[in-house]
Write a protein that binds this ligand. Structure first.
Ligand code: GLU
Length: 309
């Protein structure tokens, strides 16, 4: 017997859903229903300053209006901080995390000043890769900063993480040097593009626990998909690069790897990408201006979801 398909829609209740969200939600729902599977809804509300109960309520209202149904209870990330802390503790025991006290401004200044690392100015998926300022901070200095209660983020030591994954691999990889040409091969299956080789190193030493929130989008989403048994992650192409990193976290934390389907972003009539800030395109305003759920489904399906570009 084949395992059932489990998909999810994972909005952040920090604003009203727009047409792009409708596409993601309808796609995940349809993919589960077509295969007799299960559809889950998850509130990605770790951003405590921005997530609001009224937006969560509005999400339920919009999805019900679209005719979607989901399993209860809905997982709220803010209620599972212990899970993320556990994963961070595991990575810390593996020696893969370090505290970073830098402000965004300091990081940018450091990158701009650095003559030896001009490549760092090339944008990584979440901005320029971290220049490593706090990586080599000695234990004494770290203690001092901590005793001053200086806020810090936790970063993944990417070079070490890649080496650890290399060690875990049943094949022994050549010793890794930085920058290495011989990364261990981690792959995932993209439903439309086939096997993809993960390139998490494009993120550099990524933040896994923020200064203001003791987790991050990348850690929480990867752990939750595993804990909820999600087998097929459908999400927009804007998150394609994130999957490189999520695949690495799965390898480090021994988590399952779902299949991924990265759909095209919804386009305006003229082919330009629709902005999330486009107020007139929230489901609420579309509903209030007389649109029917069938109009939304038609608009969503008019977009070619999986053209390769
Ligand atoms: N919470 C993310 C968003 O609203 C989506 C995360 C995901 O699908 O992986 O953009």
């Amino acid at each position: 017997m084949s395992t059932p398909v489990i998909t999810r829609f994972a909005p952040s209740p920090t604003g009203h859903l727009h047409l792009g969200h409708a596409l993601a939600a309808i796609e995940a729902f349809d993919m589960a229903m077509e295969r007799g599977g299960r559809f889950l809804l998850r509130m990605e509300d770790i951003d405590v300053g921005r997530a609001k109960p009224e937006f969560e309520e509005a999400i339920y209202e919009d999805l019900e209006w679209l005719g979607l149904s989901w399993e209860s209870p809905v997982r709220r990330q803010s209620e599972h901080m212990d899970d993320y802390a556990g994963a961070l503790a595991t990575l810390d025991e593996m020696g893969l995390l370090y505290p970073c006290f830098c402000t965004r401004k300091e990081i940018m200044a450091e990158i701009e000043q650095s003559r030896t690392a001009p490549h760092l100015l090339n944008q990584g998926p979440d901005g320029p890769p971290y220049p490593g300022t706090c990586l080599n901070m000695d234990a004494h200095e770290v203690k001092n900063k901590e005793s001053e209660n200086a806020p810090y983020a936790l970063r993944l030591n990417m070079k070490k993480a890649m080496a650890v994954v290399g060690e875990m691999s049943p094949l022994k990889w050549p010793a890794l040097t930085w920058p290495a040409l011989t990364w261990p091969t981690l792959t995932w299956i993209d439903k439309n593009k086939g096997e993809i080789t993960a390139q998490p190193e494009i993120f550099g030493d990524v933040v896994l626990a923020r200064k203001d929130v003791p987790t991050s989008y990348h850690l929480a989403v990867t752990l939750d998909d595993h804990l909820q048994g999600v087998t097929l992650v459908s999400r927009g192409k804007d998150l394609f690069a994130a999957t490189h990193l999520h695949r690495l976290l799965q390898a480090l934390l021994s988590l399952d790897t779902p299949v991924y389907a990265h759909h095209n972003m919804i386009k305006n009539e003229d082919g330009s990408r629709m902005s999330k800030r486009e107020k007139s395109m929230t489901l609420k305003s579309l509903r209030e201006s007389g649109h029917k759920p069938s109009d939304i489904k038609e608009l969503v399906h008019k977009n070619e979801l999986y053209t390769n570009d």
